[in-house]
Design a protein around this ligand. Structure first.
Ligand SMILES: *[C@@H]1O[C@H](CO)[C@@H](O)[C@H](O)[C@H]1NC(C)=O
Ligand SMILES: *[C@@H]1O[C@H](CO)[C@@H](O)[C@H](O)[C@H]1NC(C)=O
Ligand SMILES: *[C@@H]1O[C@H](CO)[C@@H](O)[C@H](O)[C@H]1NC(C)=O
Ligand SMILES: *[C@@H]1O[C@H](CO)[C@@H](O)[C@H](O)[C@H]1NC(C)=O
Ligand SMILES: *[C@@H]1O[C@H](CO)[C@@H](O)[C@H](O)[C@H]1NC(C)=O
Ligand SMILES: *[C@@H]1O[C@H](CO)[C@@H](O)[C@H](O)[C@H]1NC(C)=O
Ligand SMILES: *[C@@H]1O[C@H](CO)[C@@H](O)[C@H](O)[C@H]1NC(C)=O
Length: 407
């Protein structure tokens, strides 16, 4: 396999599959156990089943009324957990708790530290409360487990309009949950809805897994990416259902070894590698595997986005495997390996490999692509076909429609 073949990304490079609108049922996840039977002591005194110290935010004054600002209670509970020894757990019990910015920072003597959200957290609509444009930040602390079964509700709806051109556009809105310089951490088993900015962001971290999260925002909400990963290593995004107004998962520059598997994605833009070349100081991207994902009603499918000419930036070893795409009209895929892509196309041009003339795509492999036409009857007479520019993919297996004409 030519998995390691290097590939220079410059200017615009698109490989597009245009596909249609079947609704597919999400496959059930295999079940894994997360919950320890935590007992809470009277008056919230930390008790330790299996040696775990437990800190309940209501014992720090947090009010489950959905109105009071409980930010300080979260900070204090974290501080005590962080400064304890052995495993620790901060618990958000049932109820609705509103906060502004929360920063869980290290270094900590406790490890691991679990942040368990049983109820619902609301992120204040007042964007001036977020000094770093982030709602819940886990930073400079390793071995943190954020878990549910509760919900992080960013209350984004009232803030998305700040993105409108009439408000100057380009305003950065707070991301809901950010891991920054946090190694060996996990986000699992919770729901995230209506983030103002991104839902989950993994930045400059090593060995992070996001698993079994349900992420939801309206299809027309701006920049509400589900999971964004950048400058990180060994990151897994698994077994999750993500539908937002932007990318379900976006893998930025400077990452090594990112695996995205078993994601049910849509609506939204799709699964995206990039944007690359947007910022001057970006570093290369190596090793992204996207497998067993289903994309329904996404505008772009799976793709690589690149911006300005950045000849020193490279993306290598990118594999798209076993993707099912349903719905959406402009599925852009780019880079190297596309295998087992099945679905239906809304237009008669099913596969578009669109590379720049100055830097043609190299090392593009297509294996087993089977897309049939399911668009409007008026176009039915036209055969489904592929369109290619500046690329000579190697092709094997089923190829329906036939891959780009040999040139
Ligand atoms: C996935 O997370 C949900 C809460 O969002 C939880 O109820 C469910 O048990 C989790 N599934 C597994 C397999 O852990
Ligand atoms: C995480 O790992 C990286 C790479 O090994 C290291 O540079 C960084 O200091 C670690 N972060 C923490 C908070 O320990
Ligand atoms: C990442 O995980 C591997 C395997 O468990 C471990 O050897 C390595 O030390 C971890 N990296 C960091 C920065 O903690
Ligand atoms: C596709 O997404 C759009 C925008 O979110 C929505 O209006 C439409 O109903 C969706 N179609 C399907 C088939 O889910
Ligand atoms: C890539 O990451 C996965 C899980 O995060 C890890 O198991 C694997 O060893 C990593 N591969 C390399 C080459 O580091
Ligand atoms: C993808 O699905 C196939 C068949 O369902 C399975 O054999 C394979 O292990 C899966 N791969 C991943 C990475 O989940
Ligand atoms: C292919 O790229 C060229 C130049 O970047 C652009 O004009 C054209 O619209 C693209 N075609 C498709 C199908 O995206």
């Amino acid at each position: 396999m030519a998995r390691t073949r290097e590939f220079k990304l410059t200017t615009t490079l698109l490989i597009a599959l245009a596909i249609s609108s079947i609704v597919v049922e999400a496959k059930p996840f295999h079940h894994f156990k997360d919950h320890l039977p935590v007992k809470l002591g009277l008056a919230g005194a930390p008790v330790a089943p299996g040696g775990e110290a437990v800190f309940v935010i209501t014992n720090y004054g947090a009010k489950p009324d959905g109105k009071s600002d409980s930010s300080m209670s979260f900070q204090k509970a974290w501080k005590d957990a962080c400064n304890s020894n052995g495993p620790a757990r901060v618990v958000v019990p049932a109820g609705t708790f509103k906060t502004g910015e929360i920063i869980f920072t290290g270094p900590c003597t406790a490890a691991p530290i679990t942040f368990e959200v049983q109820g619902t957290m609301l992120g204040s609509e007042d964007v001036s409360m977020y000094s770093q444009n982030q709602w819940i930040t886990i930073e400079h602390v390793n071995n943190v487990i954020v878990t549910g079964p509760g919900t992080l509700d960013g209350l984004g709806a009232s803030t998305w309009k700040l993105k409108d051109d009439s408000f100057g556009g380009g305003v950065r809105l707070p991301d809901s949950l950010v891991f920054f310089a946090s190694n060996n951490s996990v986000a699992q088993n919770f729901a995230s809805v209506n983030s103002k900015g991104f839902h989950i962001k993994v930045l400059q971290s090593v060995n992070v897994t996001v698993q079994n999260v349900t992420i939801t925002a309206p299809g027309d909400s701006p920049n509400t990416d589900g999971v964004h990963v950048s400058r990180s290593e060994n990151v897994n995004v698994l077994d999750s259902t993500i539908g937002t107004g932007d990318d379900c998962v976006s893998i930025g520059a400077g990452n090594t070894n990112v695996t995205v598997a078993r994601i049910v994605c849509g609506p939204g833009h799709g699964l995206s590698v990039g944007s690359l070349g947007k910022w001057q100081d970006e570093t290369d991207l190596r090793g992204v595997t996207v497998t067993n994902c289903t994309l329904t009603n996404t505008t772009n499918g799976a793709r690589i986005k690149s911006y300005r000419q950045s000849p020193s930036l490279s993306a290598s070893g990118i594999i798209f495997d076993d993707l099912v795409m349903n719905g959406g009209s402009n599925v852009k895929l780019s880079d190297i390996h596309f295998r087992n892509i099945r679905g239906t196309s809304l237009t008669n041009v099913a596969v578009t490999l669109n590379c720049s003339s100055t830097f043609p795509c190299e090392g593009v492999e297509l294996v087993d692509i089977d897309l049939s036409y399911a668009g409007a009857p008026s176009q039915d007479s036209l055969p489904v076909q592929s369109a290619c520019q500046n690329v000579k993919p190697t092709v094997s297996g089923i190829m329906n429609p036939p891959a780009c004409p040999a040139r």
